[in-house]
Write a protein that binds this ligand. Structure first.
Ligand code: NCD
Length: 312
């Protein structure tokens, strides 16, 4: 049995921090929080330390805090923080823990959230650390799939795009082991899923197929998870130019897929999904972005020990 108390004060660094039962508990909690507005977090302060660009993650967290009556403080640009004066992340975190009840951190360095959590006495939530992990996005992705398709178990997920640098892919793909998923990975060779994740999937006995052929892979997809090529993570701009237009999802491609395929994208989209697809009844990416508020409301309330009454 999972109880709301199990989440109190926890750091969220990778999705591996959660067992299947805990993931399902979080998704059920998010459903209860979807329409909830109220003073649950009154007097609480959440700090957003965003050293990398963000629209959805930061604003949906800030919206979640605001709708639960709390306050969000922080910065969305490291250039305006004391990092610009040479302050280390460890020092910033030790200062900000005195100003807030929880820290939301996005950083370009893999392992930044883990480091911050070692120094902070308040919970730290990883909002993306380099190409590594983005656990709250995974919760949003799982919530979206379950909401769109009515179930999570036994689905065929097709991932397409930048599987090498896409942290949302890295977080989600191994989590699918909890849900008896089958996975097809579609990317140019240069953007293949890293060996570490491929090995993890093998250990977890997730059936995986890799291909370059999107048209063939979509045929029996339940979920098509599209990602942007992560330009900012390329060491060599020439490589980026070579792969930047590798795949494009359009209506012609989707005519080969099941009509009920759920189309997800963590966003931002560049050109990998044609605008015409937005009218597809199962183009879920804008709904997915909106579900971020419900999921983050539930997570914040749980970590800050304010969820028990709502979930009773
Ligand atoms: C993603 C990210 O920052 O990793 N965006 C998000 O949080 N929704 C995906 C991306 O930047 O491509």
């Amino acid at each position: 049995m999972v109880s709301p108390k199990d989440f109190v004060g926890r750091d969220v660094i990778t999705v591996g921090d959660f067992r299947r039962e805990e993931l399902l508990f979080l998704l059920d909690a998010a459903a209860r929080f979807e329409d909830l507005v109220g003073p649950l977090l009154a007097g609480r302060v959440v700090a957003t330390l965003f050293y990398e660009p963000s629209t959805r993650t930061r604003l949906s967290f800030e919206s979640a805090v605001g709708r639960l009556g709390g306050r969000a403080i922080g910065f969305a640009d490291a250039g305006v923080s004391s990092q610009a004066k040479g302050e280390t992340l460890a020092d910033t975190v030790r200062v900000v823990e005195g100003y807030s009840d929880l820290i939301l951190l996005r950083h370009s360095a893999e392992g930044a959230a883990r480091l911050a959590a070692e120094f902070a006495r308040v919970p730290v939530v990883n909002c993306g650390d380099g190409a590594h992990q983005h656990p709250t996005q995974t919760l949003v992705d799982l919530y979206t799939v379950r909401r769109e398709l009515g179930r999570l178990d036994g689905l065929h997920f097709v991932f397409v795009g930048d599987l090498r640098y896409g942290r949302t892919v890295h977080s989600l793909v191994t989590t699918l082991a909890h849900f008896q998923a089958r996975v097809t990975l579609v990317s140019p060779p240069f953007l293949r899923l890293p060996a570490e994740q491929r090995a993890a999937l093998e250990t977890l006995k997730v059936p995986v197929r890799e291909t370059h052929e999107l048209a063939e892979a979509v045929r029996d997809a339940d979920v098509l998870y599209v990602t942007r090529i992560q330009r900012e993570r390329f060491a060599d701009p020439v490589e980026f130019e070579r792969v930047k237009d590798s795949y494009r999802v359009d209506n012609e491609l989707l005519s080969r897929a099941r009509p009920e395929v759920a189309i997800l994208h963590p966003l931002p989209r560049v050109n990998e999904i044609a605008p015409e697809v937005d009218a597809h009844p199962h183009a879920a990416y804008f709904r997915q972005a909106h579900y971020g508020v419900a999921v983050r409301k539930a997570l914040l309330a749980l970590l800050l020990d304010r969820a028990t009454e709502v979930l009773r």
